[in-house]
Design a protein around this ligand. Sequence first.
Ligand SMILES: [Zn+2]
Length: 203
Amino acid sequence: MASDVSLPEMLAATARQLYELGWMRGTSGNVSVIAQAEPLQLLVSASGIAKYSTQPEHAVATDAQGLALDGQKHMPSAEARVHAAIVDAAGAQAVVHVHAMSSVLAATRWPEGVVLAGVEQLKGLGCSAEGERYTVPVVANSQDMDHLSDRIRRALNPEMPVVLVADHGMYVWGSSLEDAANRTESADWLLQHVLLQELVTRA
Ligand SMILES: [Zn+2]
């Protein structure tokens, strides 16, 4: 995307792009990006908006706890708290949360963590494709965003910009919205691959 595009425009375009890929059904999923480092301000997609219709006005400014700053026209996603925790713990610039089917199924199949190794697409997550094994952490779901944030903080793998939430979806982060979205595409490919690989080798 061109550098003269504003962050709210980029955030809305990213949400629509991820919706088109089928990972933000209904009003699910959310996207965030750092708007200001000190003190931290995070733009987070608004709660309750169908992602195909996300517009720049749906980028809600929040603080380092994911709470809306004064004067916002919309409520931030309920998961803004988790985005803020990942920004803090992983040093991310942008975070994507989707309910991709691959992430839910892989977390069910491998609740102790999903091992990835030896495929070219790992480079899309900043990993080596030479055969090293990487584990994507899996945490239990919670409706309490503080609990969920704590679980993700404790589970983070510094080599892996992805965490799966069982029975829910995944969080993926990167150095920009574009990077986080690209990594989400790679993560979905890799999770589909391990699931299908198991079917193929069982057959
Ligand atoms: Zn969710």
